[in-house]
Design a protein around this ligand. Structure first.
Ligand SMILES: Cc1cc2nc3c(=O)[nH]c(=O)nc-3n(C[C@H](O)[C@H](O)[C@H](O)COP(=O)(O)OP(=O)(O)OC[C@H]3O[C@@H](n4cnc5c(N)ncnc54)[C@H](O)[C@@H]3O)c2cc1C
Length: 472
């Protein structure tokens, strides 16, 4: 990209382009160990800016990586091939909420927690509540199909997206989805953009569905012996007795001990912790829910006391900080995100234990147990050969059990090589063709998601930016 091209773009965008080394350094990282080196950061003010930027990028063959809060964990928002970062952090308004349709129109940079506050005024809420909800945005949640503890009852972000406005990699603007509560008109174009990690289009508005806020929410903590199997517990929680349960999480003894405050209290030495949430309309219903939870956990083998947490939001905030709690110094670790069919969850745990034992590396385990979705954390530099080997073993273990190498965080730059083990040849071909249709010049977030050997259209050599990732 010749410097005069960048200067011309800056003029076209009325100077909304930042290129100090601090700006570029910040935009080159997310919460993964990868580092990219963008040429500049653009803060588009209007959809017209986004269109102008995409047209310019096509003409100059410059990669564009969308960024919101930069909390992704596999390099999803790292500009691994340089180019420009498109910062949607300033697009943070909730434009409207329709309480009858239960739909919010939001800008992509709106922080998840802020949407929750706005929706609560109408006694509504946005069900996906990732651990990063205080920072991560609706645009980022959509682009990674994020989940959270409440996905046990309500499903992932994909289940709550009603429509999008976006600028495709062609520079065309689109508005997809329908305001009608139901529509049967071909495959769902909106859904194609969910989980697409900014590789197909730049989102400029999102319409999300909202659910009625339950009158009462109660968090419950139960000590859990780490050796005890899980599959029976999950089965019971999904049965009729578990009707009021909206979340079922697990933390192993190390992760549970690291949580601040009283959350982890009441456990015996060496015990892990189950965290559940009960939703109800009345105190009587809540008491029945609690009794049902007690029956379930006792039937599954838990013996310790049940601890109540009236402030369920605070509980999920603390649970969301489990990663930093086990690792306050921010040392490097392999932090993974896998899921398997529920019936195979105990097999996955045994495989993970074996990897830790064979590699001689300590593992800390927590996750969204009700969805058989686990976050194994291994205390090893993820950029080292050993770290890469351990990551590969974890991902392959989940895949060989019929599960997935990415339960909720995405693929990013780190897991591309594992895609063909889950999506068959024709499926990968369709994905590549879609990429080509949406983004014929391959300018949108190159180096992500699609398997490396099958990269969609190459750009002109002049567009290839300086730095690649520190690791892969
Ligand atoms: C402490 C912590 C806890 C976490 N807990 C969870 C959890 O419980 N569940 C979970 O699913 N994830 C979790 N994550 C991962 C991360 O928060 C999610 O993936 C989140 O959805 C990313 O949102 P973001 O706003 O930070 O997006 P970013 O990291 O900025 O971007 C993520 C992706 O979205 C794309 N993107 C951003 N904006 C746009 C746009 N306008 N148009 C098109 N593409 C766009 C980017 O290019 C990138 O591919 C956690 C991360 C941390 C650090």
């Amino acid at each position: 990209m010749p410097p005069h091209d960048l200067a011309r773009l800056a003029r076209q965008l009325d100077g909304r382009l930042r290129a100090t080394s601090a700006d570029r350094r910040r935009a080159g990282r997310d919460a993964s160990p990868l580092v990219g080196a963008p040429r500049a950061v653009v803060d588009p003010a209007h959809v017209a800016d986004v269109v102008a930027l995409v047209r310019w990028a096509r003409r100059t063959g410059t990669p564009l990586t969308a960024r919101a809060a930069g909390t992704s964990l596999d390099g999803e928002s790292v500009p691994v091939e340089g180019g420009l970062v498109v910062d949607f952090g300033g697009w943070n308004r909730c434009r409207s909420i329709d309480p009858v349709e239960r739909v919010a129109r939001v800008e992509p940079g709106l922080v998840n927690r802020k949407l929750q506050h706005r929706a609560a005024r109408y006694r509504l809420f946005f069900p996906p509540n990732p651990g990063s909800a205080d920072r991560s945005t609706i645009g980022g949640n959509v682009a990674t199909n994020a989940s959270g503890p409440r996905s046990f009852r309500y499903g992932p972000t994909r289940a709550w997206i009603r429509g999008v406005a976006a600028v495709l990699g062609t520079g065309e603007t689109v508005a997809w989805g329908s305001a009608a509560p139901k529509r049967s008109m071909g495959p769902d174009l909106t859904s194609l953009l969910v989980g697409s990690e900014g590789t197909l289009a730049l989102l400029t508005e999102i319409r999300v569905g909202l659910a009625p806020l339950p009158a009462r929410r109660l968090g419950v903590g139960v000590p859990w012996d780490p050796e005890r199997p899980w599959a029976g517990l999950i089965g019971l929680a999904r049965g009729p007795d578990g009707a009021s349960i909206s979340a079922l999480e697990y933390l192993d003894p190390t992760a549970a001990s690291a949580l601040r405050g009283s959350v982890a209290a009441g456990r015996g030495p060496g015990q892990g912790l189950l965290l559940l949430e009960i939703e109800s309309s009345t105190a009587v219903e809540e008491r029945r829910g609690l009794e049902a939870v007690e029956r379930i956990v006792r039937a599954a083998g838990a013996g310790g006391p049940l601890r109540r947490f009236p402030d369920a939001e605070a509980l999920w905030r603390r649970r969301g900080s489990a990663g930093s709690a086990i690792d306050p110094g921010g040392t490097l670790r392999v932090r993974e995100d896998v899921a398997v069919p529920r019936a195979r969850i105990d097999e996955l745990r045994r495989r993970l234990d074996r990897i830790a034992r064979d590699e001689g590396v300590p593992m800390v385990l927590y996750g969204h147990l009700g969805e058989a979705s686990l976050h194994p954390n291994f205390g090893v530099d993820p950029t080292s050969p050993k770290g890469r080997r351990i990551r590969a073993q974890i991902l392959r273990a989940a895949q060989s059990l019929g599960g997935t190498a990415s339960a909720e965080h995405g693929v990013g730059a780190i897991k591309r090589a594992f895609v063909p083990a889950e999506i068959d040849g024709p499926g990968c071909r369709v994905l590549r063709e879609l990429k080509r249709i949406f983004d014929p010049d391959g300018i949108l977030n190159p180096g992500k998601l699609y398997p490396p050997a099958d990269r969609a259209p190459s750009r002109s050599p002049s567009a290839t930016a300086a730095a690649g990732p520190r690791t892969g």
